[in-house]
Each structure stands twice: as structure tokens, then as C-alpha cells.
Design a protein around this ligand. Structure first.
Ligand SMILES: [Zn+2]
Ligand SMILES: [Zn+2]
Ligand SMILES: [Zn+2]
Length: 796
């Protein structure tokens, strides 16, 4: 030991010393590296901090610049408009001075006069549209005025689109007299084209049937002796216009002029493979005929042989005209209107698209056009603009004498800005109509704008809101607006709560109520006179469902946002129970089913609900197993269980139910054992225990049991017993009846030699016999479970 220690001291100590030194050096190194790293990290973080600050500075600068640019743009627009207004007025005053020799007149009167004489252009207008006669300058303006207006009326018969009949959209079918109030517009240009008398076709849904009416331009309505004829039938004007009797005959308008009858064809009969296209307005019940298809809601009236080939189910609707049917189409949702006939597919209308460009304020805009902060620009490819001769823009909505103007687009530019007068109006609801060289309506669209409205924020925000476990929650809507404007609901919304009403912010809370998912509001600029206003819709895209008879009326539906419970019988093949879904307006389809087997349902009409008849799921795999199953829907990116289906096993003999086979079998075994198992019959027992006699009788007098085993004399023993033991005389003349004893239990208890007879149970379903000396009760239960469980219960 001592030696070992010495060796260790001699050899190990220096080695350890050496290692210690190395270790120390390593530790020093680590320390140096760490301090280096730390200083480096500090430097980096400082750098990151600086960069972040710089980015923030730059972002805020960009933001400020954007704001400045926005306000400059707005100012420029306003100034442009002001300038043009002034130019117009100066030109008008100037022309008035020259024509009236300086007679005093107010500029307002002058501008109205100007309005009624379409060819009386001012200098500015000439600049914009150098199309008018060159001899004008040589003549006295007041003569020119007289001559050109007469010429227009008598010879040219030009009825430009912006002066065409009736009011836009809401009232256009009534053909009210219309005066262009805002003829100040320098954008108004006149055409000097070949004579044309343009009328238009409108479609109107009357009940379930679509009817087509002819609308005539205002100028024609006042013609003396005006008559409208189609084929040999005279048409008589109704509220919506002159109803067409067919589509395959021309329509002619006749009137008296200079003692003669003038005749003009206003509608050319459809050829065998022609169809009509109408752009529907926000009611989806009326529309104007258009030449091109863009985005929006359309009605097509097509020959009966045509089939819609968009791949989306779409039932045709009836029309007034034999041989034709109507299809409702929404090109914002579906693809192009493709039709098929005689084995080929085709797109009957050329597709174009005008896009409104501007700062959009998101509200629910499907029906009355998008909402912008400032007047938008219109964008289309230049080849589309080449087709457009005139764009008419006007105030939309009911009422007479609404503001309206027009401009001729520059076919070189993709983006056309709207007349600057529009931005001076500060807000409102407007239509745009695009006409081609022949004054045919090519497309139309609506938009709204309100400069005082900055932003609308809706919480929660999603394209579909599915309820949580306790249903939908209150939604919060924030209207950010400028001072001097006000947000008010269109209807009396008692349950909507105003949380904040400040000059620049209005906050409302919308409770979870399906009738409040779509609310209508007005934003009014009270600071200006007249007060421009704009309507808008707030859509809370909540998902709701209801349970009702498959043919229930929408008014009878009780909408829910919590899980529904069904039983299996609700899904039987004859069930009339249905689930109705009220979908968010932007999502027309959902998928529904058990587990992963989902079926797709699509809305055929945006105003309808999706109806899912539960009978359609009668064969669903899930319903063939006991337990709780979830009916799940998928909509957009969300999915939710809308119903649970309790499929239980019910005892065949009583009302007992269970989800579990085991507990049901236990119940059946304990409560209904005799319905499943029975004791063996005497003959069955004899097969199992051959020593049993053929018959056992009981003496009617002394109740003794007698066994008979001789098949040739089956009653010899009992007869002998009666004769020997009892009074035969008493039995003379009367047949002696012996009771046959076949009850095994009686034999077992009454005849001592059989007291140990084995005990058997016989299955009533399959006849299998169980020797209870060899098997346990549990084996009987197992027999039911394994062989007959479906005979003792049913799925309910
Ligand atoms: Zn039972
Ligand atoms: Zn007896
Ligand atoms: Zn059995």
C-alpha cells in the first residue's frame, strides 16, 4: 500500500498538476470568448435598435406623405371641378352676351337654356370634344341655337342615352319626364350620328313568370297618335312599359307627323338561335337589356333547347314566351354563362369588365354597388373603351329630376376618371351606364361614395362566423367618420346599442339575432347643404340553422346557434325533418355529413336557404352503430358540429335503451330471460335422458305417479292401478282420465328417483340446448351476445 501511494505521488501528482494548468488555460480562453461575444451582441442589438427606429421613422414619413398626397389629390379634384364650373359659366355668360347683345341674365337661367339646346357648345366643350360644326363661328349664335335645335328635333332624331327615358333603376320603368338638371357639365357631348330611335327592353318578374316590356325614349312619348305594334297586335302601355306578346316578331312604333304616319322599327325579331341578356338591378326582380356580360346579377331569356353548362345546378324559370325559358345568373359567383345546345357549348355574350378603382370602404355592397371614400375611376382594357361611345353617370335611387351627366371616354386610356363635378357632391349613390356607337346599353353598374366616411370596422371579422359552444356573441361595429357627419340606422333598431356617439366615431353593438345580421345605415354629411348622404349595409356573416318540416315556409323557421339533438328515426327514409341553413351572404355553399362523408349543397338563389332533408342520410354508416354521432358542416375554412344524433339500442320487449351492447344484453338477460330461453319439453328431455319412461301419468284418485313404458299398451299400468286400488264401479260407464305429467320440474320434485334429473335450457331462437350442470349462466349470456344480440334489440 505504501508503495502504491509512493508511486502515485511520484507519477500522478505531476500529471494532475499538468492537467490543472491546461484546464485553467481553457477556462481563460472561454472567458475571453464570452466577453468578445457579449460585446459583439451589444453592438448588434444597438444596431438592430437603430435600424428599427429608422424603419419606424421612414414608415411614419411614408404615411404622412400618403396623407398629404391624398389631400392634395382631393384638393386638385375639387379645384379642377371649380375651374371647369367657372369656365363653363364664363363661356355661357360670354355666349349670352354675344347672342343677347349684353342683355342681363343670371347664369343659372343661362345654363338651363343651354341644357335644352344640345348643340350649343361652349369653347371649353369644343376643346374637350372637337366634333361640332365649323360654320358656327361665322353665324350669329342665337340663330345657330334656333336652327340646330330644330334640326335635332326634326331631322336627326338623336336621342342621346343620357336623356333617355325615365329614372334610373328604381323608377326607370315609369318613363317619367326627365330634364337634365346639371347641363353645366362640360363632359356632356352630343353625337351627330345617323338617325336612330332607341328604345330599350326591360325584364320584370311578375309572380313566378318573367315578362319583357318595351320602354320608349321620352322624346317619343309625346308624339301625337303614338301606337306600338308587334306583328299584327297592338301593344298597350302598362306600368312597366309595353308588354311584348312574343319574341319572334318585330315591334314598330307609329305616330302622326306633318299629316302623315311615321313608322319606326324599335325591336328586331329574335332569330332561332338568339337570346336576350338583362342586367338585374338590386331588387333582382327587374333588369335592363345589355349587350355584354360583365360582373353582376343577370337574367337570360334563351330558347328552350339551350341548357346552362356552368356545372352548377340552376333551375330555369318560366317566361311569358312559349319556346323560351329564363336563367338567373350571378357572374360574381359563377363562371362565364356557358350554354350547350345540339351537342356544342358556347358563350352567347362577349365578356367585358369595367372595374371601379378607388379607396374602398368595406360594407356589404352586393346590391347597390361598392362604397368608396372618393369618386372612383373606371378601368377597362382599351379595346373595351374603343367600343364605348358614351358613359352616362347619374344619381341613383327613387325621385325625379336627379343629377345626371355624361362623358365620352378616351379610348387610349385604360383608366378613365369620372367628371370632377362628382367630387364636389361629396357623396351619394350613382349609376354608370356604358353605351356603344349605336346607343346600345353595353353594361351598367352602381357605386356609392362618401368622403366623410373613413373606415368601417366590424368585430368579429371573418367571411363566416360560426357560433361558439354558447352561441353567437355580440358584434361591434365602428364607423370612423369626419366631424360634421352622422351615422344613423335606416330602420328602428331597438336592440342595437350605441356604445359611442362622438363627432368622429360612432360605435354600435349588434346582438346575435338573425334579423340583425344585415342592417342598413345612412351616413349624412350634415355640414354641407344640401346634405349628401349614402346608404350602407353592415353584414355580420353569422351562420344559423333551423329544424323544421322539409316544406316549411321561411317565415316559420326558428333560427338557432346551438347544437340540435336528433334520433335515428329523424333520418328514416320517409322522414320529413330537415335542417335549414341561413348562410352568410358571401358563401353560397356548404358541406354536411357524418365523419368524413360530407355532401355539398349550393344555394340556387341568394335569397333562399339551404335545405338538407335528413332522409338523405338514411344510409349513413354512422347511423348503423349505437352511440352519439355528430352531424358536421364545413363552410369556408370553418367547420362546426350542428347536431348530435343519439343512436341507441332498445330492448325488444320494453322501453329500456342503451348505447352499449353489453348493458343491453345484461338487461335482456336479467329481465327477459324467459323470452330467450325455455325449459326443454318432455320429449326433448327424454332424448337427453333416455331412462325416462315414454309417459308418466298421475292417478286422478290418489295422485300417485305411474310410469308407462310399453308402447303397445300405453295405459295398461295406470288402468290396472285404478282397477285395483280404487272402486272400479264408481268409474264404470265413465272414461277414466289420466293426467299426463310432462312438466320436468314436477317430475323432479314428485318422483324421487328423478330428483337428480339434469337441468337444461333451450334457446328459443336456435334450439340449442344447454346443460346447466356443464355450463354457467354466463355462457347463456355469451350465447345471446355472440349469436342473437340483434334479435333482442333494435337501433332507435
Ligand atoms: Zn327490456
Ligand atoms: Zn290411485
Ligand atoms: Zn340460440
Amino acid at each position: 500500500m505504501r508503495l502504491l501511494r509512493r508511486i502515485a505521488k511520484a507519477y500522478l501528482a505531476p500529471m494532475m498538476e499538468e492537467h490543472r494548468t491546461v484546464l485553467k488555460r481553457l477556462e481563460d480562453d472561454v472567458r475571453t470568448i464570452r466577453s468578445l461575444l457579449e460585446s459583439e451582441a451589444t453592438k448588434n442589438s444597438k444596431h438592430v435598435e437603430e435600424t428599427t427606429q429608422n424603419i419606424q421613422k421612414i414608415t411614419s414619413k411614408i404615411y404622412n406623405l400618403q396623407k398629404n398626397l391624398e389631400s392634395i389629390q382631393h384638393d386638385v379634384k375639387t379645384m379642377e371641378a371649380e375651374l371647369q364650373k367657372l369656365k363653363t359659366e364664363i363661356a355661357v355668360v360670354f355666349s349670352n352676351i354675344t347672342s343677347h347683345g349684353g342683355a342681363p341674365s343670371t347664369s343659372k337661367e343661362i345654363s338651363h337654356t343651354r341644357l335644352d339646346s344640345p348643340n350649343h357648345e361652349n369653347d371649353f366643350l369644343r376643346e374637350k370634344a372637337p366634333i361640332q360644326s365649323s360654320k358656327r363661328k361665322d353665324e350669329r349664335p342665337h340663330q345657330v341655337k334656333h336652327e340646330t335645335s330644330t334640326e335635332t328635333k326634326m331631322k336627326k332624331k338623336v336621342i342621346p342615352p343620357e336623356k333617355r327615358g325615365g329614372r334610373p333603376r328604381v323608377g326607370y320603368l315609369e318613363n317619367q319626364d326627365f330634364t337634365v338638371r346639371s347641363a353645366k357639365s362640360t363632359y356632356v357631348t352630343r353625337k351627330t350620328k345617323s338617325p336612330s330611335l332607341r328604345s330599350e327592353l326591360v325584364c320584370v318578374r311578375r309572380g313566378r313568370v318573367w315578362q319583357v316590356y318595351l320602354n320608349l325614349p321620352d322624346d317619343m312619348l309625346s308624339k301625337p297618335g303614338l301606337e306600338v305594334w308587334q306583328g299584327g297586335s297592338r301593344l298597350f302601355k302598362e306600368a312597366y312599359g309595353w308588354p311584348l306578346v312574343c319574341l319572334d316578331k318585330d315591334i314598330e312604333v307609329k305616330w302622326d307627323e306633318d299629316g302623315a304616319q311615321k313608322v319606326h322599327k324599335v325591336f328586331e325579331a329574335l332569330q332561332a338561335n338568339d337570346a336576350l341578356l338583362f342586367k338585374l338591378d338590386h331588387t333582382l326582380e327587374r333588369g335592363r337589356q345589355v349587350k355584354r356580360v360583365s360582373k353582376g346579377a343577370y337574367l337570360t331569356i334563351v330558347p328552350e333547347t339551350w341548357e346552362l353548362a356552368t356545372g352548377i345546378p340552376n333551375d330555369p324559370e318560366p317566361t311569358q314566351f312559349p319556346g323560351y325559358k329564363a336563367y338567373y345568373l350571378d357572374t360574381t359567383r359563377t363562371k362565364r354563362p356557358v350554354f350547350s345546345a345540339e351537342g356544342r357549348t358556347f358563350v352567347p355574350w362577349k365578356q367585358i369588365e369595367f372595374v371601379l378603382v378607388g379607396q374602398i370602404i368595406a360594407d356589404y355592397d352586393k346590391e347597390i354597388g361598392p362604397l368608396f371614400r372618393y369618386p372612383p375611376c373606371v378601368k377597362a382594357p382599351t379595346d373595351v373603351w374603343k367600343e364605348i361611345n358614351l358613359v352616362v353617370i347619374g344619381e341613383e335611387g327613387p325621385g325625379k329630376n336627379k343629377w345626371r351627366t355624361s362623358f365620352k371616354p378616351n379610348p387610349e386610356d385604360e383608366v378613365q376618371s369620372l367628371p370632377p363635378e362628382l367630387s364636389i357632391r361629396r357623396g351619394g349613390w350613382y349609376f354608370l351606364r356604358f353605351y356603344d356607337e349605336d346607343d346600345h346599353l353595353v353594361d351598367s353598374m352602381d357605386f356609392r361614395f362618401m368622403g366623410a366616411l373613413k373606415e368601417i370596422r366590424v368585430r368579429p371579422q371573418d367571411n363566416v362566423i360560426v357560433p361558439g359552444p354558447s352561441g353567437h356573441v355580440v358584434a361591434r361595429v365602428e364607423f370612423h367618420h369626419e366631424k360634421g357627419s352622422e351615422v344613423i340606422p335606416m330602420e328602428n333598431l331597438h336592440s342595437v346599442r350605441f356604445v359611442k356617439k362622438e363627432p368622429w366615431l360612432t360605435v354600435v353593438e349588434i346582438p346575435p339575432d338573425p334579423s340583425l345580421d344585415l342592417t342598413r345605415w345612412r351616413v349624412i354629411l350634415t355640414a354641407q347643404d344640401p346634405k349628401p348622404e349614402v346608404e350602407l349595409s353592415i353584414n355580420i356573416p353569422r351562420l344559423w340553422w333551423a329544424v323544421a318540416d322539409i316544406e316549411a315556409k321561411p317565415s316559420d323557421l326558428h333560427w338557432r346557434d346551438k347544437m340540435v339533438t336528433f334520433s335515428k328515426k329523424d333520418f328514416c327514409a320517409t322522414s320529413r325533418v330537415a335542417l335549414f341553413f341561413k348562410l352568410p351572404l358571401s358563401l353560397p355553399r356548404l358541406r354536411i355529413g357524418f365523419e368524413h362523408h360530407l355532401r355539398t349543397y349550393t344555394l340556387s338563389h341568394p335569397k333562399h336557404h339551404i335545405v338538407v332533408g335528413l332522409a338523405e342520410f338514411t344510409d349513413a354508416e354512422a347511423l348503423q352503430k349505437p352511440g352519439e354521432h355528430r352531424l358536421r358542416i364545413k363552410i369556408g375554412r370553418q367547420s362546426i358540429d350542428v347536431a348530435k344524433v343519439l343512436v341507441s339500442l332498445q330492448c325488444k320487449w320494453c322501453k329500456f335503451t342503451s348505447f352499449e351492447v353489453d348493458s343491453l344484453i345484461e338487461h335482456v338477460f336479467s329481465s327477459h330471460k324467459n323470452e330467450i330461453f325455455r325449459n326443454p319439453t318432455y320429449d326433448e328431455m327424454r332424448e337427453l335422458v333416455p331412462e325416462l319412461p315414454a309417459k308418466i301419468y298421475q292417478c286422478p284418485y290418489c295422485e300417485i305417479y305411474v310410469e308407462e313404458d310399453d308402447p303397445r299398451n300405453p295405459t295398461s299400468m295406470i288402468t290396472r292401478h285404478v282397477e285395483e286400488e280404487h272402486h272400479p264401479r264408481e268409474t264404470l260407464g265413465r272414461p277414466v282420465s289420466f293426467r299426463i305429467v310432462d312438466d320436468i320440474e314436477e317430475i323432479r320434485t314428485k318422483i324421487s328417483k328423478y330428483k337428480n334429473l339434469p337441468r337444461f335450457q333451450v334457446c328459443r331462437f336456435c334450439g340449442e340446448k344447454f346443460d346447466l350442470q356443464k355450463v354457467q349462466e354466463n355462457d347463456l349470456l355469451e350465447h345471446i351476445r355472440e349469436v342473437h344480440w340483434d334479435k333482442v334489440c333494435q337501433l332507435v
